[in-house]
Ligand binder design. Structure first.
Ligand code: NI
Length: 185
């Protein structure tokens, strides 16, 4: 099932999501499948549950679309329930980011270059893995969504200023997208 994607300005994108209940195994599996479908339908490379209006700590990422530019992402696909960051490198990197909830916007964002994440996979098996470069980047962007943070919050003040008008428009529901969106303040 394809969900509409909540736009910037929606309250759910600013909430701190709660831990998912791991005893709802079948429900979680279905939700993860729906999130992957929703992400692909929108040509996105990542999606967090709050972006479909569900304030739970669940995310999906898929780097295959970006593998032309970042060959290391070929085959990179993760589905994570209740992820927590257990390590962040001091070394940082900068990448240009965008977000399905903020259509048409992008900004260069500085983040730790490597992270370690502990999470439950789609079979709810607990894992801990280290990620670097763009994979770490995608995950940190989605992890932020679980804490009510969007990437423009982390943009340089000058860039934020430049984007202010567009952000205001999106928060009013003015956005052109190829996928279904929703705005709920
Ligand atoms: Ni996003």
């Amino acid at each position: 099932m394809i969900y509409p994607i909540y736009l910037y300005g929606s309250h759910v994108l600013r909430e701190k999501a709660v831990e998912a209940d791991l005893s709802r195994k079948e429900e979680l599996k279905k939700l993860l499948d729906d999130m992957v479908e929703t992400m692909h339908n929108a040509d996105g490379c990542g999606l967090a549950a709050p972006q479909i209006g569900i304030s739970e700590r669940i995310l999906v990422v898929d780097g295959n679309e970006l593998a032309d530019r970042y060959p290391a992402l070929k085959g990179f696909h993760r589905e994570m329930v209740n992820p927590t960051v257990t390590f962040e490198s001091e070394e940082t990197s900068e990448y240009n980011e965008g977000c399905l909830s903020l259509p048409g916007l992008d900004a260069d964002i500085v983040r730790p270059k490597r992270i370690k994440v502990r999470y439950h996979d789609a079979d709810l098996v607990e894992k801990e893995e280290e990620f670097d470069e763009f994979a770490a980047r995608m995950l940190q962007h989605e992890l932020d969504h679980l804490d009510g943070i969007v990437f423009t919050d982390r943009a340089r003040p000058i860039r934020k200023k430049m984007l202010a008008g567009k952000l205001n428009n999106i928060a009013k529901g003015i956005a052109r997208t190829s996928y279904r969106v929703k705005l709920e303040k």
